[in-house]
Design a protein around this ligand. Sequence first.
Ligand SMILES: [Zn+2]
Length: 167
Amino acid sequence: MPEIQDISTDELQSNPEWGFSFSFNPESSDNLHLFCGPHKIEGAACPNCSKPLLRLVSLTATDLRLNVDPSKINAVHLLYCWTCSIPNGVFSYRLRPNGSVDLLNSPAPWDGAIDPRGPFDRYIGGPGGPYDGYNGRFPPRTIGLVPLSDLEQRNQKGGTFRQHAVP
Ligand SMILES: [Zn+2]
């Protein structure tokens, strides 16, 4: 597994640079995005669990604030899995112009071992998920994006750096 600490500051630069929070009560005039819910995104199956990856959010590319070219891709899908080893390693995928995804990297399936480097006293994720009662199903919601305040943006950048700068 590549060491997360090796990521340079340039690689940590987000695009767009300014962050957003979710509005679960968007105005009808907002650019709308989709939070969770079932999906049929081709290629978006967990390689360890043989089930659809959890869709955290599908961001609509026509929202110009996201700096995505909607002529090349219609949505940016943020996908994850909390019931296997994915939270404990490098997980990446490529978004395809036709809306499908290609999985590029995922950690080896969980072998039941506890990772002592984890921030918790047990393996993050695994078959039971991140907390008691987790079922991986969240109802779909239409959301809007609200730009972070100056303070929120500064805190977000600091949090990202600290997360990846573990000695
Ligand atoms: Zn999984």
